[in-house]
Write a protein that binds this ligand. Structure first.
Ligand code: GLN
Length: 215
């Protein structure tokens, strides 16, 4: 079990959210399915699963979640996989809407590797903090990362193309880590993006306590 107290939200409007829930269950990480703005207000971080980015965007509108999502993903720790990565991107090719929430400075192209029949699995290289190594990558109608902006780190790649990128609060992947047979990417997200950030913010809590005590 991981030592964490932060509740991680898993966007559950559509798509492959249940496998992310199972991964967090195995890691012993508190989580909550997010379907409404109220749910989003209860979580410290968010996983946006794969699925269909156009459908998810439609749900954001019908559920009145668009503004809350935009605010959340620009400041809080977020992991977006496949459709989730598309929604977080700066610019999107092959879509009626050509910009995402701009939570991370990347340009992506939807369905860049062909349609469903062209979904594929292969090994790529990832660095989850302990140096580069091989990692299984499952691509399903995957987007391609076509541009990586300044300050965005490439943490995974395959065939010379980035497949996992990050800035200070966003981890974005074109493949499906929940189908890799390993919970390592989820563990990495929780440890590196959620927990270390919480510890970083501890002085604020101490300061608040001190101030309150002085009143
Ligand atoms: N092609 C999908 C989209 O454009 C993404 C596919 C996936 O998430 N597996 O949203």
């Amino acid at each position: 079990m991981m030592r964490t107290h932060a509740t991680i939200g898993i966007l559950a409007l559509q798509g492959a959210f249940d496998l992310h829930r199972q991964a967090l269950d195995r890691l012993g990480v508190p989580h909550r399915l997010v379907k409404t703005a109220d749910d989003l207000g209860q979580v410290a971080a968010l996983i946006i699963p794969g699925g269909e980015s156009t459908t998810m965007r439609w749900f954001f509108q019908t559920e009145g979640l668009t503004a809350e999502m935009a605010r959340f993903v620009r400041t809080q720790p977020v992991m977006g996989t496949c459709a989730g990565m598309i929604l977080l991107a700066d610019r999107i090719a092959d879509d009626l809407v050509n910009h995402g929430f701009a939570a991370i400075d990347i340009d992506v192209r939807r369905n860049a590797y062909g349609r469903q029949v062209h979904s594929h699995t292969g090994e790529g290289m990832v660095d989850l903090g302990a140096g580069p190594r091989l990692f299984p990558m499952v691509f399903i109608r995957a987007p391609r990362i076509e541009r990586v902006g300044e300050g965005v780190r490439v943490l995974g790649h395959r065939n010379g193309e980035p497949t996992m990128v990050a800035n200070d609060h966003v981890l974005a992947l074109s493949f499906h880590p929940e189908l890799s047979g390993s919970d390592e990417v989820h563990r990495f997200f929780v440890e590196t993006f959620v927990e270390s950030r919480r510890q970083h913010h501890q002085p604020d809590i101490a300061l608040t306590t001190h101030t309150t005590g002085g009143n």
